[in-house]
Write a protein of this length. Structure first.
Length: 264
């Protein structure tokens, strides 16, 4: 259930810049994560950076299971940004090989556990074998009713906004002639993850405090949680701390604390 978009102020109807005020609960419906710190985890142990990515896969498995157990409906993981191509070629190739082997090895188990897997991003840049594996994994799991696991790969928030704008104008060319008629819902319908609720909780591990071109539109009212824990060390206890912090937040969506008390 959602609250209305507009409210009345001095006899005028005032529209909020966000479309809806979602009803929230103690457990987030959608968690989005930037998994940072793999390289530093490896360096601290005298290992190559890729060893950190490999260990990071264990944290992914643990979080996916934990979200499933907790009944969290959506988990979105930033695996490879459109800026990550700037990394040393060896590391990029290794990451691509890791994605391929993960899809080959893990999809059956995800399917058994009713996980619906989707990959968002500009997938054309990936080698055909990886594109095929992604397509097959999405098709296999498309009817599953458990956790919605979305992997952002070659994803950028600005790319998402641009592709949504292009798709919107291609599908509704009359809007180009009447831009004043474009509403938030016209555009958001074409964003990736248009059918998912916006994230309630964003987590970034590894100590940096930035969004790094992740879900720019979708994070407008998301609670942000930053932790120094490096991604390979992000275990169930670390996730519990993030959830604890989330539960302590007052999600006002522009209203006052007093209004929230009256409404609850
Ligand atoms: C950022 O750490 C991590 C990445 C760019 C890759 C993340 C990939 C995985 C955890 C494995 C695959 C996961 C899925 C879901 C396919 P960094 O390398 O920037 O670490 P640093 O900041 O310490 O250098």
């Amino acid at each position: 259930m959602h609250w209305a978009v507009s409210c009345s102020f001095l006899g005028r109807t005032v529209h909020s810049s966000t479309q809806i005020i979602p009803q929230t609960t103690d457990m987030p419906r959608h968690v989005a994560v930037i998994m940072d710190g793999n390289g530093r985890w490896a360096r601290a142990r005298g290992l190559p950076r890729v060893a950190g990515h490999k260990k990071g896969v264990d944290s992914v498995r643990s979080l996916v299971s934990d979200c499933g157990r907790k009944g969290i409906a959506h988990l979105t993981l930033f695996a490879f940004s459109s800026e990550n191509w700037r990394r040393p070629p060896d590391e990029v190739s290794w990451l691509m090989a890791l994605f391929v082997s993960l899809l080959e090895r893990e999809v059956k188990s995800l399917h058994r556990n009713k996980v619906r897997l989707r990959v968002i991003g500009d997938l054309k840049a990936f080698e055909p074998k990886l594109q095929d594996l992604i397509h097959d994994a999405e098709a296999l799991t498309s009817q599953n009713q458990g956790l919605n696991l979305t992997i952002a790969a070659n994803y950028g928030g600005r790319w998402d906004l641009l592709q949504a704008m292009q798709a919107m104008l291609a599908s509704k060319p009359h809007l180009a002639l009447h831009p004043q008629h474009i509403g938030e819902a016209d555009l958001s319908a074409f964003l990736t993850m248009a059918d998912a609720p916006e994230p309630d909780l964003f987590i970034r591990t590894g100590g940096e405090q930035r969004i790094s071109n992740f879900l720019l539109w979708h994070l407008a009212y998301t609670e942000l949680y930053f932790t120094d824990t490096l991604w390979p060390d992000f275990d169930e206890a670390a996730f519990a701390c993030a959830l604890h912090s989330y539960r302590a937040r007052e999600r006002r969506f522009g209203r006052t604390s007093e209004q929230l008390r009256v409404e609850s």
